[in-house]
Write a protein that binds this ligand. Structure first.
Ligand code: PEP
Ligand code: MN
Length: 344
């Protein structure tokens, strides 16, 4: 089945609607920065924040500001919904697109309630977008897509990663299971870091994704939520320019779906290497702390018995996972030697 989109979808705007002025200024700057490029303006009105002492969003009043963006700039608008009451309010305000955030996406009961509420509205949004759950669970993400599809409203998926890291393996599985569902990239929540957003945007073309949701703020440093990851409209413009030219390049050098598959698999390898690297760095850190303990307790760094124990346990894992035992021995020899160095 073909995905229903003809053009990539860009959903751009601040993490939160903070004030009427901030919303309208960001919309104007984005309109100017994007030129002819069509986009949907986003702003969160009800924010699912980790700590209760932080900004929780401006609430229903901010829906008026989004309507003003629709009227003034002719832009379709999107906001996040987390409860049936949010859906009722957003539909009353004729918000064009609704998205379901990663925290809500982790709870299938909540998603079902939202799907039921959506089905009951007389106003039909143009689309409903579902982020991946905060944890790596492709089946839950797929299940949420299925729940929302029953509303008859077009559904799109958003890959926003887990713990400020991409989760390409999860996205790849969803992509393979549901090639008919458009998938957008959210490089902002995926990295939590504005400086990483432009490079991540390059993945849109490489992986044949259908667009992106990107947090853009008129004054990122002063933002009341997610201030480390929002970019300026100018930075967005520059990044789009470079990815649009890259997209042309990719379509020249990567015309087939097979090539796309290779890029997905390579993204998975990069993700795993990142994890390996992070794990090795953490392991060295723990080794140093063990070294301090050994020094304080007058124990030598090398404890042959302990190393034998480690090695035979790891070789057992190798056997269970069909990995060559010699390879595992060599690998742990290198790791162990380096760990000992940390303790000298
Ligand atoms: C958001 O898009 O503002 C948001 C809260 O995203 P997520 O649910 O991915 O954290
Ligand atoms: Mn945000």
């Amino acid at each position: 089945m073909q995905r229903f989109l003809k053009e990539p979808v860009y959903i751009l705007g601040p993490c939160s609607a903070e004030s009427r002025e901030q919303v309208l200024l960001t919309a104007r700057l984005l309109r100017e920065a994007c030129g002819e490029l069509p986009f949907i303006f986003r702003a969160g009105v009800w924010k699912a924040r980790t700590r209760p002492s932080t900004f929780q969003g401006a609430g229903e009043e901010a829906l008026d500001w989004l309507q003003e963006v629709q009227r003034t700039y002719g832009l379709p608008v999107a906001t996040e919904v987390a409860t049936p009451e949010h859906i009722e309010a957003a539909c009353r305000a004729h918000i064009d697109y609704l998205w379901i955030g990663a925290r809500t996406s982790a709870n299938p009961i909540a998603v079902q309630e939202l799907a039921d509420a959506l089905s009951q509205q007389s106003f039909r949004p143009k689309g409903v977008l579902i982020k991946n759950p905060v944890h790596d669970d492709p089946k839950l993400w797929l299940g949420n897509i299925e729940r929302l599809e029953k509303t008859g409203i077009p559904v799109m998926a958003i890959h926003r990663g887990c713990n400020h890291q991409p989760c390409w393996s999860m996205a790849h599985m969803v992509r393979l299971s549901r090639p008919d569902i458009p998938m957008l990239l959210d490089p902002s929540h995926m990295s939590g870091d504005a400086s990483k957003v432009p490079a991540l945007m390059g993945k849109i073309g490489e992986l044949g994704l259908d667009g992106a949701m990107i947090e853009v703020h008129c004054n990122p440093k002063g933002a009341l939520s997610d201030n480390a990851q929002q970019i300026t409209p100018t930075c967005l413009r520059d990044s789009l320019d470079s990815i649009l030219s890259r997209l042309c390049l990719v379509s020249l050098i990567c015309p087939s779906k097979d090539q796309e598959e290779l890029h997905w698999l390579r993204a998975e390898i990069d993700e795993l290497d990142d994890l390996l690297w992070e794990t090795i760095a953490k392991r060295m850190d723990v080794s140093r702390r063990i070294g301090e303990w050994k020094k304080a307790n007058l124990i030598r760094p090398l404890q042959p018995q302990r190393y034998q124990q480690i090695l035979s346990q790891r070789q057992k894992w190798a056997e269970e996972n069909n990995i060559d035992a010699d390879f595992v021995t060599q690998l742990f020899d290198i790791i162990h030697q380096q760990s000992l160095k940390q303790q000298l």
